[in-house]
Design a protein around this ligand. Structure first.
Ligand code: MRU
Length: 357
């Protein structure tokens, strides 16, 4: 497939026309308002990730790649040592905004190692290299999602019901998404599926983002509350579960939006294949098992007050709000990557796929 300028421009984060800022669609305002923001300062970038204005593991990676370039542009008149030291500090600062998705640190480290490898070049040349690398990261993501879609399509039949959780669509990546890639690619090829989108408490990514994207693309989608997944599975309406991932450990355990592991347990009970789909940049071979994944804890107000006219719990009620959970590899039928479908034993087969060029 060929990635066009339009593809880049239509993604949830990209460079503005002057190539001086990262432009994002503010995902916190969707689906009611399409608000765009241009970001140039590291604090704005940090907040955009923290508040989920930009979200979804690969999209955070793309955003981080662009952010590193834009921050470098702001330092173009500095001497080289100061430039390199400040880029390192800024990179660490961006990485500290959210702990779970590996794509964030992956993209920042990719940009920092580019600087390291080219230390002999001038600051102006380094800025240009960072620019080109950020575009490369973005293009690669579109190509990877396309390939994930190709592999994913081999796992389902026309007309199948597919259940998904959270948002692993174009807004969370670019163009095809990961978990949604087979559905979008299928649509391009005249193959239709029926998607059940879990609303995904507490931040409602499934309602606000997934059902919005699919509906707008003319894909048959039905929104359900998270606690309705069991009934649609029991009624035989779901032939496969496709979800995204924020970090895949070396043994095949993976972190994804809170509630994913419950969906996997249900799928096992009903004998429905359960797949996670993600690019190889989401696989963290330095992370042995799911127990080693740091799970982000978020503000209790997201549960108690955020979407309501009045608080839905007493102020003093204790609240636990982990943003992700870990699905055990024993519940995963296969991991669909841009390099192919990985089946158990995951510890052996993930190693193989990660060693391919
Ligand atoms: O907290 P979020 O909205 O960033 O969580 C997103 C998810 O859990 C996605 O499923 C995951 O990042 C994969 S996106 C292709």
């Amino acid at each position: 497939m060929e990635v066009t300028k339009e593809d880049l421009k239509n993604s949830s984060s990209h460079l503005n026309d002057a190539e001086t800022a990262v432009e994002i669609i503010d995902q916190t305002k969707l689906p009611n308002r399409e608000v765009y923001m241009d970001l140039t300062k590291k604090e704005e970038m940090y907040d955009a990730i923290k508040t989920l204005a930009v979200r979804g593991a690969p999209a955070i990676g793309i955003f981080a790649g662009y952010s590193m370039y834009v921050l470098a542009l702001g330092k173009k008149n500095e001497d080289k040592e100061t430039f390199i030291n400040e880029m390192r500090t800024d990179g660490e600062y961006l990485i500290s905004s959210r702990p779970t998705a590996v794509n964030l640190s992956w993209a920042v480290k990719r940009q920092l190692s580019l600087i390291e490898k080219n230390r002999d070049k001038s600051v102006a040349e380094l800025v240009t290299l960072l620019h080109d690398e950020s575009i490369a990261i973005h293009k690669e993501d579109i190509e990877m999602c396309y390939r994930i879609g190709e592999y994913g399509l081999t796992l389902v039949k026309p007309g199948d019901g597919i259940l998904t959780h959270c948002n692993a669509g174009p807004l969370a990546t670019s163009k095809y998404g990961t978990a949604t890639a087979p559905v979008f690619l299928g649509k391009e090829r005249g193959i239709d599926f029926h998607v059940f989108s879990d609303e995904t408490r507490p931040l409602l990514q499934g309602a606000r983002l997934t059902s919005y994207e699919l509906q707008k693309a003319g894909i048959d989608v039905t929104l359900i509350c998270d606690n309705m997944a069991s009934i649609v599975m029991k009624q035989g309406k779901v032939q496969a579960v496709f979800v995204g991932c924020d970090r895949i450990a070396a043994n095949g355990d993976f972190a994804n939006k809170i509630g994913t592991s419950g969906v996997a347990i249900l799928a096992k009970y009903y004998g429905i294949p359960f797949y996670t789909l993600g690019p190889r940049s989401t696989i963290d071979m330095n992370c042995p098992t799911g127990d080693d994944i740091v799970i982000e804890q978020r503000n209790p107000d997201e549960i108690k007050t955020m979407w309501y006219k009045e608080p839905m719990a007493l102020n003093e009620v204790k609240c636990y709000n982990p943003s992700f959970d870990v699905t055990d590899h024993s519940l995963v039928t296969a991991i669909v990557t841009d390099k192919g479908i990985v089946r158990p034993p995951f510890d052996v087969n993930l190693k193989k796929i990660m060693s391919e060029v």
